[in-house]
Write a protein that binds this ligand. Structure first.
Ligand code: ATP
Length: 366
């Protein structure tokens, strides 16, 4: 089991509240990704879970037991660092054995016999395809191989939870993609709890069962990758998840004759029945949800002209940047070759594709 419950967890450094009263429940077997920009407090939160940093206040429970004051070694969790933190003077085999040689000191369990240890190390090395590297020193490994050794060192012990701090950030793009798939497969095979820190939304979207978006030490949203993508709770989340980012077009909503109406730049549309205060909003539209309207095609709910300022050809798709009254916009479309800088396109947006955020607070409006 590896259930983690966090209540009111706070950590202040001199003058900075890095983690601010966070409540979070991580279920056994979750692949929970802590996602946010640099400095938002992800690492500080992970280090408190690991027992490497004392909270200023709040509690951490693992499997129902309060471990807030329990030293790191006795928490039965394993941590994989961005730097891998391998012992440079020890072979890969010794690096993998190390947690096993320490386990009895930390948990009071009987010492693991040497032959059993050797079998366990071989098993883990095979599963990560590093068994041919066991007698090398870390300096004789590539970045990707070192990363696997670091994961292997966490795996040998079968801990309650794996905590990982940006473990892929030193790898090149191709190896990152491959390792992402390997980590997902590993998570499925082990069924263990993973808590994984990254600022890379692609890592979060592809591996997480649960994404926790963090901004300035606080949780902005918790949800599955598709929940967070489809219904971002704030403009912060909307901009952080998805690439190119969601378009946010300044607009106003008003109540007119029982309908809530949105209007901005050159468009206006009735949204739904109801009353509302007149407020300034940001109308959100994913680049793939803007549609290019052909001549004669009837307008969807919202339609407006866009002057094209840049066109990017990615081979399988085309990204078009442009400007409409009051906003810069981005359109993602299947590959097209008939759009050029300076063209004026007519773009449309269906009602069920729009997101509306309060411009003052950034919060999603229902
Ligand atoms: P990154 O992605 O850059 O690693 P992060 O989201 O992991 O960022 P943290 O490392 O948790 O962010 O830092 C959160 C905030 O706490 C930052 O403002 C940072 O400067 C501050 N901070 C972290 N550690 C310390 C420390 N030991 N002393 C003072 N301030 C610190």
């Amino acid at each position: 089991m590896g259930t983690i419950n966090i209540t009111g967890l706070t950590r202040a450094f001199k003058g900075t509240v890095a983690v601010d009263a966070i409540d979070l429940d991580i279920a056994d077997g979750d692949f929970c990704v802590l996602l946010g920009p640099s400095g938002c407090g992800k690492t500080t939160l992970l280090r408190m879970l690991a027992g490497l940093l004392e909270p200023t206040s709040g509690t951490i429970e693992i499997d129902g037991a309060d471990v807030t004051d329990v030293p790191s070694k006795k928490r039965d969790i394993a941590m994989v660092f961005q730097s891998y933190a391998l012992y440079p003077h020890l072979s890969v085999r010794k690096n993998l054995e190390f947690p096993l040689t320490q386990a009895h000191k930390n948990t009071g369990a009987p010492k693991m016999p040497k032959d059993e240890m050797a079998v366990r190390v071989e098993e883990v090395a095979k599963s990560l395809e590093i068994d041919h590297l066991l007698d090398r020193l870390p300096k004789a490994l590539s970045g990707g191989q070192r990363q696997r050794v670091a994961v292997g060192r966490a795996l040998v012990r079968e801990p309650k939870a794996f905590l990982m701090d940006e473990p892929l950030s030193n790898l090149d793009a191709a190896l990152r993609t491959q390792t992402r798939q390997e980590l997902s497969a590993l998570h499925q095979r082990l069924g263990a709890t993973f808590v994984y820190v990254t600022h890379d939304q692609v890592e979060a979207m592809t591996m997480a069962t649960k994404i926790v978006v963090i901004n300035k030490g606080r949780i902005e949203q918790v949800g599955t990758p598709l929940d967070v993508y489809d219904r971002p709770s704030s403009t912060f989340v909307a901009k952080f998840i998805g690439s190119p980012a969601m378009n946010l077009i300044p607009a106003q909503v008003t109540a007119t004759g029982g309908m809530v109406r949105v209007h901005g730049g050159s468009f206006s549309a009735d949204l739904w029945k109801g009353d509302t205060q007149d407020i300034d909003v940001l109308l959100g539209a994913r680049p793939e949800h803007l549609r290019r309207l052909r001549a004669g095609e009837p307008d969807p709910a919202i339609a407006f002209p866009v002057e094209v300022t840049n066109v990017e050809q990615l081979g399988h798709e085309t990204i078009v940047y442009g400007h409409t009254a009051g906003a810069d916009l981005c359109l993602r479309t299947h590959r097209v070759s008939d759009i050029a800088v300076g063209d004026t396109l007519r773009l449309g947006l269906d009602l069920d594709r729009i997101h509306i955020f309060d411009s003052a607070s950034g919060r999603r409006l229902e």
